[in-house]
Design a protein around this ligand. Structure first.
Ligand code: ATP
Ligand code: MG
Length: 661
């Protein structure tokens, strides 16, 4: 980072302060063997996006080919209209019919160390059996099925079984409370809830069935609860309600096991409903459909992760989030990949569990989140150093902007000192698939930039008046053209879909994130527009100030917010998690303020810095700044139901109020 540029932005734009000049082209070795080697793919997709996506759709097996690639009545999209296919057939049956039959589809490890490997043939049989159980429980095409599960193979199997019979699933993250589960079940009006007797997390049992009992007591649409035995009665007894609750291992009896023909569904048939993580407020149930979605996730997965037949691919997300849907289940399995799935915590039994898994399974592709990377940095370099990570050849990140220093640490300590290209992938629950990302064989990366829109995706940055902003000026990130994996609506609330995403700029998709483009056309995500700071008439993205803080060796993680200030409009308040070995004191505070000024300019000097061992995060581990704002402005705290640990907010609140008074 160097000195800030002149900040001459008008108040409608977001000033760009961070200057990152490091650049990492792929090695010639990697580029020579990459799946996508020809830069011309960008131009071709730009010139004929529908032709491009139609070619991509040919990767799938269709029972009936589509008549029309795209019907676009903004904001309503229909892709591959008239086509019929089945997602489960595409993820399972078609591989089972080839030499992939005996290839590992899911390589699973439980937290206690138990393991299971399912070949594509095993997966085929399991999905058929699960589909038979669903039919026997009266689930029909179009019925919704909720999942509240640990990370065990039955979750993926159950989702694929739903897809097989045309019943949309809604997976609710296993860390959510009974209220959150109940609300999502009621919103989707699910008939069946699939859960387990428990799951392992940090050596303890997550009592999923007990929580489900509380939730479904107030969920009138639920007819049955299907319970997978994960931990067994010696470890956890659960109550089974007569007439409602069914053990999966009993339901999948010798007599019930059978093959279930995959139901050919229309391309636009609902595949699933997925609720957003709730960082900004009430979660929105995004509706994803079949043909376009599967096309988008399959193509992006193969190109961005440079998937080869022999790769061992691991995405560390939970399947309860969209990342798990698109890049553990549907994308990789549609591509016939070997997918690693891990049940538990990264620090059980010790802080090197991820690295032990990579070594044990010789994982070649790793996809994880900046929040995890910052945690690993805080734990210390010695944990990855204990393991042989040389099998890795490509790494990705998703979920938040990655601070350049975290990116550099990832490259150095996990990626063999620069051997592995890093793909920083920007996307959302709404977009279904990765939208802005490097293609690793073509695009030189810059730490902290998600680089370029995927071929066929048109992204732009607009000011509040709808005009494109100049290079190096921040504004609203917008997607200017429909794409096949896009959310089709908010379940049960089409008005909210229109109001949230399509009314600021009619016909253009509003992402809600701030971004800027540099002179090479690279995109830099600046954070959520709702979180943008407003200091003396300058609008500053949270990402840049946070990254300036994280670039100091004492800082593991930082969240900044703007608090009302009589002089400057807003004053920057920073909440900082120190790295091991550093003690917060006044001298450090002064040094950090100076460090920010040196890095990105006097405008961005934090007025106050607070130290905290944890930042408030959503259950998907994203920093939730709106609650910090509520604290700083003395407001009643907003919605905290999606918060990982509500006690952290009250601790920060106490500290804040005592230091102010
Ligand atoms: P809600 O919409 O309910 O507030 P959410 O936005 O956290 O929840 P997700 O769809 O899981 O729910 O997250 C998408 C958001 O995550 C993006 O809008 C962006 O803010 C952030 N994000 C994801 N990947 C990246 C990335 N590579 N770089 C920067 N930001 C990212
Ligand atoms: Mg969002």
């Amino acid at each position: 980072m160097s000195a800030p540029q002149d900040s001459s932005g008008t108040s409608a734009n977001i000033d760009a302060l961070l200057q990152e000049t490091r650049r990492f082209p792929p090695s010639s070795e990697f580029a020579a063997h990459a799946n996508v080697r020809d830069e011309a793919v960008y131009q071709r997709a730009h010139d004929d996006p529908e032709g491009f996506w139609a070619e991509a759709a040919n990767r799938l097996d269709w029972f009936k080919r589509w008549d029309t690639v795209l019907e676009w009545n903004a904001p309503w999209a229909k892709w591959f209209v008239g086509g019929q296919l089945n997602a489960s057939y595409n993820c399972v049956d078609r591989h089972n019919a080839t030499s992939r039959r005996n290839k590992a589809a899911i390589i699973w490890e439980g937290e206690p160390g138990d393991t299971r490997v399912l070949t594509y043939h095993d997966l085929y049989r399991e999905v058929n059996n699960f589909a038979a159980v669903l039919l026997d429980l009266g689930i029909k095409k179009g019925d919704r099925v909720a999942f509240y599960m640990p990370m065990i193979p039955e979750l993926a199997i159950g989702m694929l079984a739903c897809a097989r019979i045309g019943a949309p699933h809604t997976v609710i993250f296993g860390g959510f409370s009974a209220e959150a589960l109940r609300d999502r079940i009621n919103d989707s009006q699910a008939k069946l809830c699939v859960t387990a007797d428990g799951g392992w997390r940090r050596g303890n049992i997550v009592p999923l069935k007990d929580t489900t009992d509380t939730a479904v007591a107030d969920a009138p649409t639920i007819e049955h609860v299907l319970v997978i035995q994960r931990v067994g009665p010696d470890i956890r007894q659960v109550n089974m309600k007569e007439g409602r609750d069914v053990w999966y291992h009993e339901a999948v009896s010798r007599e019930s096991r059978r093959l279930v023909d995959p139901e050919p569904v229309d391309s636009e048939h609902p595949l699933y409903i997925m609720y957003t993580s709730g960082t900004t407020g009430k979660p929105k149930g995004q509706l994803h459909t079949t043909g376009g979605y599967l096309t988008g996730v399959s193509l992006t997965h193969e190109w961005i992760f440079d998937l080869k037949e022999e790769d061992v691919y691991w995405c560390t997300a939970d399947i309860g989030w969209v990342t798990g849907h698109s890049y553990i289940v549907y994308g990789p399995l549609a591509n016939g990949a070997s997918v690693v799935m891990y049940e538990g915590a990264p620090d059980y039994p010790d802080k090197d569990r991820f690295w032990a898994l990579i070594e044990k399974y010789a994982i070649t592709i790793l996809y994880t989140a900046p929040t995890s990377i910052r945690t690993f940095m805080r734990w210390g370099d010695e944990y990855p150093a204990k393991h042989d990570l040389s099998s890795l050849r490509l790494m990705g990140t998703v979920g938040e902007p990655i601070n350049p220093e975290a990116w550099m640490w990832y490259q150095e300590h996990i990626g063999g000192g620069g051997k592995c290209p890093i793909v920083d992938t920007w996307w959302q629950t709404e977009t279904g698939m990765i939208m802005i990302t490097p293609l690793p064989g073509i695009v030189a990366t810059k730490p902290g930039s998600a680089t370029r829109p995927f071929p066929g995706v048109e992204a732009t940055v607009l000011d509040d008046g709808g005009n494109p902003v100049p290079n190096n000026t921040g504004g609203n990130l917008v997607i200017a053209r429909p794409w096949p994996a896009m959310s089709r609506s908010i379940w049960g609330d089409p008005d909210r879909y229109v109001a949230t995403y399509w009314s600021k700029y009619p016909g253009l998709y509003l992402t809600g994130d701030g971004a800027r483009r540099d002179d090479d056309g690279y995109f830099w995500l600046l954070g959520r527009v709702d979180d943008v700071l407003n200091v003396s008439g300058h609008r500053i993205g949270t990402m840049e100030v946070e990254s300036a803080l994280v670039s100091h060796p004492a800082v593991a993680e930082a969240a900044v917010i703007g608090a009302t200030d009589p002089v400057t409009g807003q004053a920057i308040v920073a909440f900082v998690t120190p790295r091991g070995g550093y003690t917060p004191n006044d001298a450090l505070t002064a040094e950090l303020k100076e460090h920010v000024v040196r890095g990105i300019g006097a405008l961005a000097r934090p007025k106050r810095i607070y130290y905290t061992m944890e930042l408030p995060k959503t259950r998907s581990a994203k920093i939730m700044r709106r609650l910090l704002r509520d604290i700083a402005e003395g407001r009643v705290l907003g919605d905290t139901t999606t918060l990982l640990d509500p006690t952290i907010v009250s601790q920060i609140k106490e500290q804040y109020e005592s230091s102010e008074g």
